[in-house]
Design a protein around this ligand. Structure first.
Ligand SMILES: Cc1cc2nc3c(=O)[nH]c(=O)nc-3n(C[C@H](O)[C@H](O)[C@H](O)COP(=O)(O)OP(=O)(O)OC[C@H]3O[C@@H](n4cnc5c(N)ncnc54)[C@H](O)[C@@H]3O)c2cc1C
Length: 290
């Protein structure tokens, strides 16, 4: 089967009506960096591609008092290079800046990174730790869903991009004293998937951590939150190194990395996680202390 039509709608309504008209034979495409290789390998076989990058305001980045709103067509380059965003959401700007190469980052979108549903997708790991949600438009109306609830298994998203469209990603703006950080370990700095990646987001009141979110990849069938490790951090004082060490060890125990020719054996990757998770917690708490 080959692509018969490539359509570029200018509005969300037009996009939904095109998807509806082709009754499951059409699929959304943004940068195409995940989709095109799958088409070439015949893993998916739509006959129509509907390009979302021409939709009005889809590449907008808006910062409000309560949220960062990332248009669904926003590329990793737009986020990675934004100094204002880096002040409040360094985990996200760093994650986007670590993806692929400049050429990939220039066309690939954060939305695609979520819908592709890979457990180690860098921006998705950061978005999960930042408690981000997506806005979805479908023939049934509009709804929103937490990014971490969109996973149905490795490479399986709950978003049906032959029927519905993500219109924006919403990242809450921290209202209290907050720090977040992201890190990844990979054989090269560029053009290389991570052996492991991790992110931390800490919120503090009276020098105590009142909320701790951690996320890691690719160590499960989705970006993974180690809840025992998070529980150890909650209530700890900011510079409690014992709690940080314990959380890093627990996180590596909760993770379930596979042995892989590309990424190394499971034991090695667990050891790396201990170091990386400690590092991102320390980085996030250092930002908190500022
Ligand atoms: C050489 C190379 C290196 C890479 N390196 C990395 C890396 O280091 N880290 C990493 O995380 N990823 C990496 N990737 C994967 C990829 O670049 C990212 O996942 C990227 O963010 C995908 O975005 P895209 O816009 O290209 O998505 P596309 O390929 O266009 O789409 C991906 C999926 O999202 C759906 N979709 C797109 N937009 C919408 C929408 N608005 N609503 C609903 N569904 C939608 C599509 O239908 C498709 O199912 C790499 C890819 C390549 C080719």
């Amino acid at each position: 089967m080959s692509i018969e039509q490539y359509l570029i709608p200018e509005s969300i309504d037009e996009c939904l009506s095109l998807l509806n008209r082709f009754e499951g034979r059409a699929m959304l495409i943004a940068g195409g960096t995940d989709l095109v290789p799958k088409l070439a390998q015949k893993k998916i076989e739509p006959t129509v591609l509907v390009d979302v990058t021409g939709i009005e305001n889809f590449c907008d980045l808006i910062v409000t008092h309560t949220d960062l709103i990332v248009g669904a067509g926003t590329t990793h380059t737009q986020v990675a290079g934004n100094e204002t965003l880096a002040q409040t959401w360094p985990a996200l700007t760093r994650a986007c800046g670590s993806i692929g190469s400049p050429q990939i980052r220039n066309i690939a979108t954060l939305t695609g990174n979520i819908v592709t549903a890979m457990p180690g997708a860098d921006a998705a790991v950061a978005l999960v730790v930042l408690d981000a949600a997506v806005e979805i438009a479908s023939p049934d109306g509009k709804r929103s869903a937490a990014v971490e609830d969109l996973y149905a298994g490795v490479g399986q998203s709950k978003i049906d991009s032959g029927r519905e469209i993500i219109t924006a990603i919403k990242v809450p703006r921290p209202q209290k004293k907050h720090g977040n950080a992201y890190g990844r370990i990979s054989p090269r700095n560029s053009f290389c998937f991570p052996i492991v990646n991790a992110a931390a987001a800490l919120t503090c009141e009276n020098e105590k951590i009142i909320s701790a979110r951690l996320a890691m990849g690719p160590v499960a069938d989705r970006p993974f939150r180690p809840q025992k490790a998070e529980a150890v951090l909650k209530g700890a004082v900011l510079d409690d190194l014992k709690a940080i060490d314990e959380a890093a060890i627990l996180a590596s125990q909760e993770a379930n990395p596979r042995s892989s020719c590309l990424r190394g054996c499971a034991d090695y990757r667990r050891e790396l996680l201990k170091v990386l998770v400690k590092q991102v917690i320390m980085d996030a708490s250092e930002r908190l202390a500022r």
